[in-house]
Design a binder for this molecule. Sequence first.
Ligand code: C2E
Ligand code: MG
Ligand code: MG
Ligand code: MG
Length: 285
Amino acid sequence: ESFKQGKQRYYIYKDAMKEGNISSLSLQNELYHALDKDQFEIWYQPQIDTVSSKVEGMEALIRWNHDTFGIISPSQFIPIAEETRWIIPIGTWVIRQVCQDLVTWLREGLSYKVSLNISYVQMEDEMFLTKVKEILEETGCPPHLLVFEITENMLMKDLALSLNVINELKILGIEIAVDDFGVGYSSLSYLKQFKLDCLKIDRSFVTHIHKDINDYAIVQAVTEMSQSMGLKVIAEGVESIEHVHLLQRLGCEHFQGYWYSKPVRKELLPEKIQTIHREKFISSQ
Ligand code: C2E
Ligand code: MG
Ligand code: MG
Ligand code: MG
């Protein structure tokens, strides 16, 4: 019942946004207070390794739980947070929250890799690396379980800055994934100068892979070349068993998408992971 209400509120909100009733200015004001009001939540989306048939980790995705509008998706407020640079404190909150969750799971005997999204504005912040170090110390989070996702476009924006920040993060022991790979214009050989661990193939190439020969060819090329470069590849936006089979045929072994699970609140994660193990692995062989 309460879920229904939340959903309903969400649609009212979306309609209002479409009609321009909620001005982006009032959203801005509210966003400014959201951190103090403790309205942000981290939802987690499982990432699957089909070789070991296991949930190997998850991506942390922020949600804004607004007191009247319900759950607001990041695509609606992250751009505002970036423009206003509030993404800096919000992003710090995300890193701390994820580190705390990771340590909690470790205490329960569960070891997962958790990736989180970093905005370009955070990378530009000269205090960024200091804050990351402080959070690692304060939470006791093992850095090798953390993956920072940086979009391909961010890497190209300022080469010297990205190289420096990535090097420093690698020294701390944090892994780096290139998010939304394929939508920018960088070549894999360009990426060679960064110390990367993982490429995430953008959802837009995966969605039509079963009917678009070009998308199929792109995913094939990216998978082959990244493997020869020693990079792990994760396919994003995997929504069907056809997707899984085609991607596996191309040599892709790591998956994230609605076929396995949507992002969920952390309370629901154990049950979700069990369901994936029970229902998804036999059929995907
Ligand atoms: P992203 O990092 O590329 O995250 C993947 C997005 O694709 C998520 O949307 C996820 O829910 C969605 N997705 C995953 N699998 C599927 C699928 O099979 N089908 C479809 N249709 N969608 C799928 P979400 O959670 O709405 O996040 C959108 C974007 O917002 C993220 O894209 C990321 O760029 C940004 N974002 C999310 N959390 C944060 C954060 O903490 N900090 C920053 N800076 N950005 C964030
Ligand atoms: Mg991401
Ligand atoms: Mg992505
Ligand atoms: Mg994306």
